[in-house]
Design a protein around this ligand. Structure first.
Ligand code: SF4
Length: 339
């Protein structure tokens, strides 16, 4: 599946600073498994299991992995839509991991989310004007004519005709609805947007338009992105650095260039082998087909969680959890092959 974008996908267009906007340290999100009449807790699903990463101001960090790897749970936990089980979330210098609901509201103004399915995330009974007005109302921003002008300007910026402001979501195409979702995320001028598979539900031709829109808006609104996707082919076009997750754990983090040119982790190598080349300068790869299914996060394998499917697995992989560490400068991986 090829996506046409305006530039070489391995070159970044946006300006990235060295300052960290988001820092995640040892984050865990476990969901209890309850059974029986008394709903006793008999175990837990380790959806996110001790992951650490950071996102710099102005950067786009891509978070990738197959479905069920914990990437969306990570996004929702960072937004504090889920309570973290353990670990720290530091946003713009403030530890928000344990903030009470009342204190989270101002943070939510700064971190917004764009969801996968724009139709189910937009209320079908409300006009675009109402949908875009609501966050402004909650935060008491702009009134009357000023608010109308602000909304129309926002629509224009995301490529929607401001004359359609009184229309309902069902009157728009899938791509246009995602533009509405993006406009809603931008309403409060956030510092960061978490895109949870924001183009997966769209046609390939529309995907490229929405990805280009994300890129254009980044410069204009000074945005930092956490871009969640299951397809390395998609994040390639928008990310500066990429983290690869498998079964709740971080497997590898590197700059886009290092990850695509020299992936270290066998799981990343397998994922990349399935991505068609979109530029003649890209490395030709032999397809690696992974055996078996992803194990249940309620009962993850001992040792390296990837050992049941890894083509390079050794005896030690079945027993010992590999440490997530820097293998090359700014290139991290969790794999015994590099010990
Ligand atoms: Fe494969 Fe072992 Fe590395 Fe895990 S630690 S990815 S099983 S080689």
């Amino acid at each position: 599946m090829k996506i046409k974008v305006n530039q070489d996908p391995l070159i970044s267009a946006n300006e990235v600073t060295d300052e960290k906007l988001l820092e995640v340290k040892g984050l865990e999100k476990h969901f209890p498994i309850k059974k029986g009449f008394f709903q006793r807790t008999v175990g837990s699903v380790k959806a996110v299991d001790d992951i650490s990463f950071y996102v710099k101001k102005g950067e786009t960090f891509g978070l990738v992995g197959e479905s069920g790897c914990g990437k969306s749970t990570t996004g929702r936990t960072l937004m504090r839509l889920y309570e973290p089980t353990n670990g720290q979330i530091i946003f713009d210098g403030q530890d928000i991991s344990n903030l009470k609901e009342r204190k989270i509201l101002p943070i939510r103004k700064d971190i917004q989310m764009v969801f996968q399915d724009p139709y189910s995330s937009l209320n079908p009974r409300k006009t675009i004007k109402t949908i875009l007005s609501e966050p402004l109302q909650v935060h008491n921003l702009y009134k009357g004519k000023q608010r109308q002008e602000y909304i129309e300007d926002l629509m224009d910026k995301v490529g929607l005709n401001p004359d359609y402001v009184d229309r309902y979501p069902h009157e728009f195409s899938g791509g246009q609805r995602q533009r509405i979702g993006i406009a809603r995320a931008l309403t409060l001028n956030p510092k960061m947007i978490i895109g949870d598979e924001p183009v997966s539900a769209l046609d390939v031709s529309v995907q490229s338009q929405i990805l280009n829109l994300f890129k254009d808006l980044q410069g204009e609104f000074n945005l930092t992105y956490l871009f969640i996707a299951h397809d390395l082919g998609v994040v390639k076009h928008v990310s500066d650095r990429i983290g690869v997750m498998y079964l709740g754990k971080m497997m590898e983090i590197a700059s886009k260039k290092d990850l695509y040119n020299e992936p270290l982790h066998p799981y990343t190598q397998a994922l990349l082998s399935a991505v068609p080349r979109s530029h003649p300068t890209e490395v030709k790869r032999e397809r690696i087909i992974l055996k078996g299914e992803i194990p249940s996060p309620a009962n993850p394998p001992k040792g390296c969680v990837f050992h049941t499917r890894c083509p390079a697995a050794m005896d030690t992989c079945k027993e010992i959890v590999p440490e997530f560490k820097e293998i090359k400068p700014n290139h991290f991986a969790a794999c015994h092959l590099y010990e």
